[in-house]
Design a binder for this molecule. Structure first.
Ligand code: ADP
Length: 481
């Protein structure tokens, strides 16, 4: 009985101690919960890694009572640690952090042994030497400051996401961190997952930003190269054009017999030379047109023109080409087709290119040219039974120097410029060129639509129209229509 009475104060003390421990545990758990909620909010709201790291380190330092908390990312290639943020609730230390501009600091990873061990072992590492944790500029400033001098103990946590090493979270305090309670350990491992996730998210975001900036740079460079190429082509073309027209002129005088009768065995050779010269001249004209279109110097000579007559003569001109390939070339026209306001010469070039292509890319069957009126428009359609074009190819077809379906292998004559010029030219006449094809081997239809003369969309006679593709592109980029 006596013994029992004597035990009572001891039991009461044990109960008290237990209660105290439970209370402390509860307090840590509550703080951890509040911190987890905060970190979650930070991770959702901030996308920039520095801003996010500043908020995370500040929240951990205040909520869990650490004097210094830092977050650094590992650059595995350069083998360095780069600090994103260091936070401290102690004003003097906060001032040092401010002064050394923490987020510009980095240091070799191999010298920060605590970090190396933590990363290698995938476990927290406790140290009493701040130099193993922080960049030299910061430890030096801390050493000089009386408030910083007593902060000696640190725990360094590795941050990973899956197999990827992300960085280091360090917690420093003046108290001994070797014997943290189980609850404190649990609480810290709980927040690590969230911090790693937030850091990973920021990293992906920044990688994306960097990639799109690089893409933009590359795009700018490409634009520059394209411009340089156009300028080069323009100069080269001018230089080629003059001698070539002289060659063609003399050749046609030769074939006309101006210099006497040509021996019959020379006739076919001269014809080939003449054909080749004409082809070169057409190519150079296309190049020059592109250059003029791109530099905004191509002026249209507008007149009221009859597409039917134009297409009719053109079909007659191309009949020998079709017959050579044993193709049927038909011209179909509806009655009463209105005129269009256009630069006749350039429009003829566009239609010629499209009909010529239809013949060029068709081996058997027919090519049909059809002119009709549809609402306020005159529609010229060229349908062939040739190679056809895939949907994927159609998307690229009107780009400069684009040839599809192995055209460069089978037809050495083209340069992939005709359709590019056609598109720009027809657009400038307020019309459009489109193409449809049921698929490879099943033929295709190229359609040109132009507004009829006198309709609201039509160009007006007597006005000056200069093609300025660059200006239009710039306007489109700015969202002006
Ligand atoms: P090219 O000088 O090569 O003919 P174009 O710009 O006129 O240049 O045409 C671009 C490419 O479009 C051609 O190389 C060819 O691959 C394809 N193409 C044009 N017209 C046809 C057609 N009627 N049928 C199939 N493919 C065509």
């Amino acid at each position: 009985m006596v013994a029992d009475n004597d035990d009572r104060p001891k039991q009461a003390q044990r109960v008290n101690e237990e209660l105290y421990k439970r209370n402390a545990e509860l307090a840590v758990r509550n703080k951890t919960l509040a911190l987890l909620r905060k970190l979650d909010e930070i991770s959702l709201a901030a996308v920039q890694s520095v801003e996010m790291a500043q908020k995370i380190t500040a929240a951990i330092a205040t909520e869990l009572g650490y004097e210094i908390v830092s977050l650094a990312i590992v650059d595995t290639q350069a083998d360095t640690l780069r600090w994103l943020a260091i936070a401290s609730p102690i004003p003097e230390i906060a001032a040092i952090i401010q002064a050394v501009a923490i987020n510009t600091l980095s240091a070799p990873l191999k010298d920060r042994l605590a970090s190396v061990h933590a990363l290698e072992e995938s476990n927290p590492h406790t140290v009493t030497n701040l130099q193993e944790v922080f960049p030299p500029a910061f430890t030096e400033a801390l050493r000089m400051n009386s408030d910083g001098r007593h902060v000696e103990n640190s725990i360094v946590y590795p941050l990973r996401f899956g197999n990827e090493v992300l960085g280091i979270l360090s917690l420093s305090a003046s108290r001994d961190l070797k014997n943290l309670s189980r609850y404190e350990y649990e609480s810290l491992s709980g927040i690590l997952g969230l911090v790693s996730l937030a850091l990973y998210k920021a990293k992906i975001y920044e990688d994306l930003q960097r990639t799109s900036a690089q893409l933009e740079d590359a795009n700018e460079q490409l634009k520059g190269i394209d411009k340089a190429k156009s300028e080069f082509l323009s100069v080269a073309s001018h230089q080629l054009y003059t001698p070539l027209t002289a060659i063609r002129g003399y050749l046609s005088m030769l074939t006309d017999g101006d210099y006497g009768k040509i021996p019959s065995q020379q006739q076919p050779v001269i014809e080939i030379i003449e054909k080749s010269a004409v082809r070169l001249i057409t190519l150079i004209k296309d190049l020059l047109d592109i250059q003029r279109i791109e530099s905004g110097r191509l002026e249209l000579n507008l007149e009221s023109m009859d597409l039917v007559t134009m297409a009719d003569t053109l079909v007659k001109d191309l009949m020998p080409n079709a017959m050579n390939k044993k193709l049927k070339l038909d011209f179909v026209k509806a009655e009463k087709i209105p005129h269009v306001v256009a630069d006749a010469q350039r429009l003829r070039q566009v239609v010629l290119n499209i009909v010529d292509n239809a013949i060029k890319y068709t081996d058997t069957g027919s090519v049909k040219v059809n002119v009709a009126a549809e609402g306020d428009e005159v529609v010229l359609a060229v349908t062939d039974t040739g190679k056809g074009i895939t949907q994927e190819e159609i998307k690229r077809l009107f780009n400069k120097f684009t040839r599809v379906g192995g055209a460069s292998r089978y037809h050495t004559e083209g340069a992939g410029l005709g359709l590019f010029v056609a598109k720009q030219m027809v657009q400038e006449h307020h019309g459009e060129v489109t193409v449809t094809s049921p698929g490879l081997g099943k033929g295709s239809t190229f359609t040109i639509r132009l507004p009829s003369e006198g309709t609201a969309k039509s160009l007006k006679l007597g006005t000056k129209v200069t093609i300025d593709i660059q200006k239009r592109q710039q306007e489109q980029e700015k969202g002006v229509n």
